[in-house]
Write a protein that binds this ligand. Structure first.
Ligand code: IVH
Length: 665
């Protein structure tokens, strides 16, 4: 019978081996069900023995509590970008430049790679353990997204193999596969959350989450393709480096090829362009790199991009078709978007019938009219856009197009905030928005009405029982019990939940109203300023709003606009008449480490600096880099130098890593 310590170690190894088989080798060796059982066993053991949890456990990939902001990480070597070749001639010219620069006539060996349309990141491994990860940023300093990257299953937390570099910085692309993207957007739609325009935006949005639990729920993939600083192992060529990455267990794109001479670059470019639509992920071109590191050094870099590499960019896929009509769609938040209805046309394997026209400015700029023949393109985006009008084909009797100043769903006059391009319907009871608004109103951070899920809201709106938000508070048990799939008991529970939700706070209620730009934080600022009085808030002015710290002109404008609308005032009054009662919330209680400042020095064994920082911040404390009179604790590992000396001089409390952990517990 193995001890928990041994079993936990064993489970971690087995799980990471399966991750490697699945993600890096693309050869799963057990079923999803069997994997889940192993994972559960590890979770249970760790819950019973929290002292055995380590940052490198696979269970720690599920994300943790939100951070307050991202720190920064300086890249040891700058993360450069790439020069572009737009056609065959430019690829040949690149090859000629390389030969000239190297003073040779012999065919150069290149590595040809797909250019994945995702986000460039850098991962750092020290002694084979994943230490940190960052975005490209400005090329010199990126955002610290260590925790978010850790949630990607194909990213090994520990490198495999016999010879492990003391330092390995590796660059790669984080992306979302086409299938995963479609599923993600369906989920977003079902949960009435905004859908992403394309897989790249979805990957970017997922990596920038302050709450890594959200990142963990997103289907992110990774391919590694370039070296940063490496110590302890020497690679002579890029190809050997890529083979090395595979041996370390890092995912490398299987379509990467070693080729000889400039002509082969064109062949590779054409091959990838022809299979582009069949690939499981989006690519926007190819990348060609010189294989030999000595040759790379000889050629050197320009300020932003290396001379020894080039991106062969694909052209956006375009075609022409006719605009049959222009309609205006009302978004969930009231945005009025003009959409061109097109004569159906095939574009990169998909039949296109709609193109977004964005807003009136865009229509004016391109002078787009009903009846026009237009050039459209899909450049990564799911929804195609109009590039230009083919004026030669314009019908003689065509007239400029103007979006109606009224909402097509409720005929309410639309409103275009200063400085914004998009007009909006601000009628809170607009039928096109009502489902989305009610869904937001009842959500957890708003009125928190448990049980009023999307399906029921949809049924209630469709059967006419809910026309506006305040109708929620006149729902009767019998009305609910008659709905499909909802019995007497659930109806009773729901009525009870609605009743309980009425005792709420000003901040929750105001956030629930869904006033544009007023999020949870702004609602709390407003609560504080108006001392919880809706009446005062309703009578406010732009000038008064702008005096509130952190409230700017945008919010001031949308708030006053909201209250100018009679429908909105009536709806709010109805909620209050029907029992909604607002109490100001007590401020959050102090956390265990509130007011405590920590400095870390020397080498830490159980966690990284970054992890220590996050742990301290979670508990309300702060960390700084230098010791001062304000420092509460100096956590010292072996090798603490000048900071330790200063701490002793100032008489700060010096504690060990174990004492620090004990304190956290
Ligand atoms: S190498 C010094 N290889 O393209 C070379 N980049 O425009 C640095 N990208 O920021 C990049 N696939 O995010 C390289 N196989 C690949 C790539 C790739 C996609 C992205 C990367 C970079 C951008 C350059």
């Amino acid at each position: 019978m193995s001890t928990p310590t041994i079993r936990v170690k064993e489970l971690r190894e087995i799980i990471e081996q399966h991750n490697y088989n699945y993600y890096s080798l693309d050869a799963p060796s057990i079923s999803d069900g069997e994997y889940d059982i192993l994972f559960k066993e590890l979770e249970v053991l760790e819950a019973e023995h929290p002292e055995l949890i380590t940052p490198d456990s696979p269970t720690q990939r599920v994300g943790s509590e939100p951070q307050t902001g991202f720190g920064t990480i300086q890249h040891r070597l700058p993360m450069l970008s790439l020069g572009n070749a737009m056609n065959d001639d430019e690829l040949i010219a690149f090859d000629e430049r390389m030969k000239k620069g190297l003073g040779t006539d012999i065919d150069i060996v290149y590595i040809s790679e797909p250019k994945i349309d995702g986000l460039g990141v850098e991962l750092v491994y020290e002694h084979g353990t994943y230490i940190s990860g960052s975005t490209r940023g400005d090329g010199f300093i990126g955002e610290d997204i260590t925790q978010n990257l850790r949630t990607i299953r194909s990213l090994p937390i520990k490198l495999r193999g016999e010879v492990i570099p003391t330092l390995l910085e590796v660059r790669g692309e984080v992306f979302i596969k086409k299938d995963d993207f479609a599923t993600l957007n369906k989920t977003q739609e079902r949960e009435e959350k905004p859908v992403f325009a394309n897989a790249r935006n979805a990957a970017a949005g997922s990596l920038r989450q302050l709450d890594s639990r959200i990142t963990a729920s997103r289907p992110l993939s990774l391919y590694c393709y370039e070296a940063g600083k490496i110590e302890g192992v020497i690679f002579e060529t890029h190809y050997k480096f890529l083979l090395g990455l595979k041996d370390f267990g890092l995912p490398v794109n299987p379509l990467i090829e070693k080729v000889n001479g400039g002509r082969k670059l064109i062949a590779y470019y054409q091959k990838l362009e022809s299979i582009r639509s069949e690939l499981p992920y989006d690519i926007d071109g190819t990348v060609f790199k010189i294989n030999d590191y000595e040759q790379r050094d000889k050629l050197g870099t320009r300020s932003r991009s290396p001379r020894w590499a080039i991106a062969g960019k694909f052209k956006a896929q375009q075609t022409t078709t006719a605009i049959r009509d222009i309609i205006v769609q009302v978004g969930r938040t009231g945005a009025l978007t003009p959409v061109a209805k097109l004569a159906p046309v095939l574009l990169s394997g998909v039949t296109v019938t709609n193109a977004t026209l964005h807003n009136q400015d865009e229509i004016d700029r391109k002078d787009i009219r009903i009846g026009d023949t237009v050039l459209i393109e899909r450049a990564g985006d799911v929804i195609p856009k109009v590039v230009q009008v083919i004026l030669k084909k314009r019908p003689k009797d065509s007239i400029p197009y103007y979006i109606d100043a009224h909402c097509p769903a409720c005929a309410h006059k639309s409103f275009k905030p200063d400085g914004e391009a998009v007009a909006r319907c601000i009628n809170i009871s607009c039928p096109a928005q009502v489902k989305g608004r009610i869904h937001h109103f009842v959500s957890k951070l708003a009125m928190n009405i448990d049980g009023l899920g999307e399906k029921i809201v949809n049924q209630l709106v469709e059967t006419g029982l809910l026309k506006t938000i305040d109708d929620i508070f006149v729902l009767k048990q019998q009305m609910l019990a008659d709905l499909e799939g909802l019995g007497e008991k659930s109806a009773e529970n729901l009525i009870q939940a609605i009743h309980e939700s009425k005792q709420t706070t000003f901040a929750r209620f105001v956030y629930a109203l869904g006033i544009r730009n007023v999020g949870e934080h702004s609602a709390k600022l407003l609560e504080k300023h108006y001392k919880g009085s809706i009446k005062k808030f309703q009578q406010t002015t732009v000038e008064e709003l702008e005096t509130i710290d952190e409230i700017g002109p945008t919010i001031a404008q949308t708030v006053t606009q909201f209250w100018q609308d009679t429908n909105n005032r009536i709806m709010v009054q109805n909620c209050l008449n029907r029992g909604v009662s607002l109490a100001e919330i007590k401020r959050k209680m102090d956390q265990p480490l509130t007011g405590q400042i920590f400095v870390f020095t020397g080498s830490l064994e159980k966690f990284t600096r970054q992890e220590a920082k996050i742990m301290v911040e979670h508990l309300g404390g702060k960390t700084t880099d230098s010791v001062s009179k304000k420092t509460s604790y100096v956590v010292a590992g072996p090798g603490g130098g000048s900071k330790l000396k200063k701490a002793k001089e100032l008489g700060s409390s010096i504690i060990s890593e174990n004492e620090f952990l004990e304190m956290l517990r």
